[in-house]
Design a protein. Structure first.
Length: 83
């Protein structure tokens, strides 16, 4: 005789893996060409100088330099300034 009730479908449910979204570097950090700056859904951060946007809205560097995060008309912008 069982001591626990069968859970059914709810107990068999496994949640999907996290997608590891978010900022990978912060303001002032050094980056190299091709390095991912932020992984995002939608455009929470917009691209600035020295940055390109991937098809899944990932921002990545196209230059070696330092990251600069600024605001322009209420929008956050990520740029890479080469030294």
């Amino acid at each position: 005789m069982s001591t626990h009730k069968a859970g059914g479908k709810a107990s068999q449910h496994v949640s999907p893996a996290g997608k590891r979204l978010g900022a990978k570097v912060s303001d002032g950090e050094k980056v190299v060409k091709g390095q991912i700056l932020i992984r995002q859904r939608g455009t929470k951060f917009s691209k600035g100088a020295g940055v390109k946007e991937g098809r899944d809205h990932t921002l990545y560097s196209i230059l070696d330099g330092n990251v600069k995060v600024s605001r322009k008309i209420g929008k956050q912008i990520m740029s890479v300034i080469s030294k």
